[in-house]
Design a protein around this ligand. Sequence first.
Ligand SMILES: Nc1ncnc2c1ncn2[C@@H]1O[C@H](COP(=O)(O)OP(=O)(O)O)[C@@H](O)[C@H]1O
Ligand SMILES: [Mg+2]
Length: 358
Amino acid sequence: MQKKRIAVLFGGKSSEHEVSRVSASYVISQIPRDKYDVITIGISKKGKWFLYSGPTENIADGSWENDPGNKLAFIAPAPRVGGMIVLDDDSYRIVKLDAVFPVLHGKNGEDGTIQGVLELAEIPYVGCGVLASADCMDKIVTNIIFEHAGIDQAKFTWFYTYDYNRDPDKYIEEAERELGYPMFVKPANAGSSVGISKAANREQFIAAVEKAAAEDRRILVEESIIGKEVECAVLGNDEPFASVPGQIAPAAEFYDYDAKYNNADSKLFIPAQISEELMEKVRSTAKKAYRALDCTGLSRVDFFVTDDGRVLLNEINTLPGFTSISMYPKLMAACDIKGSSLIEKLIELAFERADKNV
Ligand SMILES: Nc1ncnc2c1ncn2[C@@H]1O[C@H](COP(=O)(O)OP(=O)(O)O)[C@@H](O)[C@H]1O
Ligand SMILES: [Mg+2]
């Protein structure tokens, strides 16, 4: 049987460009070569696409960008191309692709945009489709859907910055009345804690809104939950599997960008330090949320579990961190779905979804 050709996309314009490079290095190292040929497409921070054929070791640290063999390339939205157009001075060539693994986090990668291009191109791809990707990227939309699905979560309010700027007191008073300090103020769309702050009083609230408004035109405000941060890895299409839950113990006051990626004191516990009963509740709620948002392929579903036994959904990450030390692959490994068998399963799920053409 002829090997299928898989393109791994990495980098991108998002604030999580660096993490994506490390995730991609891990994913590339785990793709079984007896079944798949791998090609890599690096996207610079400015959004330029390159076919990169150099060593995988140069992806994580960003030195791939200086490789003299890099060729400008892009995935053509026209299905008849069937893949990628690679530019070579004044000529071009077509590289057919059987599937794409977008190892891109955040904006342009996890939000349905790249998924839209791949839909147009009719190329199967790993992970969630356009709608689930876009919905899960938007914290206001997900909260509204969870509310409708009867899934417990932090109390919240939300507003447009445009409206807030015209009458801040109205929105401040609403949040104070409904939620009370301290509160979390977040831009609707942003990854890796960028633009998120905890506000303990009115002055901090105003500053927090200003910070969040730099990232988005819609702002979410949530009551502050005191509890353990518990995460569950979900894998599958129509009958998703939910992993044993794990727990993060942030080194900082909350799990901000630095605590996530730079601070070695942030620890993971697998399994999470909660009762069997709460584990089961986390797993079943993770699957319920996954299906409520039409997720496919994979997602990491994040919760708060309080000491009085409440399981509150925080968010769904459709392309969670995928480095060798990331929660998603570690949770799957704890369920005996390890390394390359996980990657193979994800690629198979991509073909399964495309075959059904739904
Ligand atoms: N309502 C909340 N109550 C308590 N802590 C929160 C709340 N919302 C967010 N946090 C803290 O902030 C971190 C980042 O928020 P999150 O909504 O997960 O954004 P991101 O998409 O950046 O991961 C969480 O991991 C948690 O530590
Ligand atoms: Mg989070």
